[in-house]
Design a protein around this ligand. Sequence first.
Ligand code: KIV
Length: 272
Amino acid sequence: MGYLTTDKKKVTAKTLLEMKAAGEKITQMTAYDFTTAGIIDAAGIDSILVGDSASNVMAGNMDTTPITVEQMIYHARAVVRACQRCLVVCDMPFGSYQVSREEGIRNAIRIIKETGAGAVKMEGGREIADTVKGIIDAGIPVIGHLGLTPQSIHKFGGYGLRAKEESEAKKLIEDALALDAAGVSGITLEKVPSALASKVTSMVKAATIGIGAGNETDGQVLVYADALGMTQGFKPKFLRHFANVNQCMTEGVQEYIKCVKEKSFPSVEESY
Ligand code: KIV
């Protein structure tokens, strides 16, 4: 998309708020590379999240903490190159905004400058609200992330349901209100009870995007490799497989192996 073209249909952070107001569900899926992002954007998704789950899905790490700003920029730049319509949101990785407000703002500016993404996403509540406001004041839309926050996995010690207890639920609501007051465009709500997600959704101006948070958030997000049935052995209750890409790829690779072994590939027509 050149700078002289104004695509009125391009989804921006502002569109998320308009969609919330109109009661239109927001669809988001992760992607980390050009080819996958191109397919997901062309299919009509509203937003692609270049999640720090790239640490798990792309690099095979145990959690999201090792991924760096440089690696996030590499993935997000490739995704942005592929997308015509959807809003690309880039996760700020662990360590890029926790040390100081200034460092958070500097890293957010760097991510936007070097990737062309339309927003950044950050995990945390009141403790990062001042940094979030600084980033928004610098002109960068921010999506918050509450509930299960994988960057704090070592603090919580597991990936179980969050905010089950009333005190935790109260804290989550206060965090959501603090992010909303700071001006976030959206809040990802991960693995929290549906009733709590519904309550937060009705209390904030920002669009809520749920994962394992029931059906009453303003939108839904899933990791593409999980949603499309590529990952094996990971089937939490909230996950639905919308395709069986693992089987499709396995069959394709097996067919390729067979044809090479039996010398039917390449054929005369496929040769120079
Ligand atoms: O990194 C990620 O993929 C995420 C989603 C699970 C929301 O944060």
